[in-house]
Design a protein around this ligand. Structure first.
Ligand SMILES: [Zn+2]
Ligand SMILES: [Zn+2]
Length: 102
């Protein structure tokens, strides 16, 4: 069994990687994805730089947020099985009661 500290560390690494590869909340808030060609544009843009298609109103983060669990406190995108936010340690899901039978 992993300790909560170990789990937290893994979640931190995961979150750092997400940010590193451009899919963390900070970078995602600055990006929009073109529905027509999939090109990423800056959130300030209204039209796709590649194809000129009108960009959605929502940033990548806002779309992602609809599809995933995010921390209500700091907006960090969480993986399904996270119980605590790796950034601010807010409990994001009720911890399932493990049946400890001795
Ligand atoms: Zn496009
Ligand atoms: Zn948080």
């Amino acid at each position: 069994m992993m300790t909560p500290e170990e789990i937290k560390r893994i979640e931190q690494i995961w979150e750092e990687n997400m940010e590193h590869f451009g899919f963390g909340p900070i970078s995602m808030k600055k990006q929009k994805v073109c529905k027509n060609c999939g090109n990423l544009s800056h959130a300030d843009r209204q039209f796709c730089e590649e194809c000129g298609h009108r960009l959605p109103r929502y940033t990548l983060f806002q779309i992602y947020r609809h599809m995933h669990t995010v921390c209500p406190h700091c907006d960090t995108v969480l993986s399904k099985n996270m119980l605590f936010c790796p950034k601010c340690s807010t409990q994001v899901k009720p911890v399932k009661e493990k049946q400890i039978t001795n």
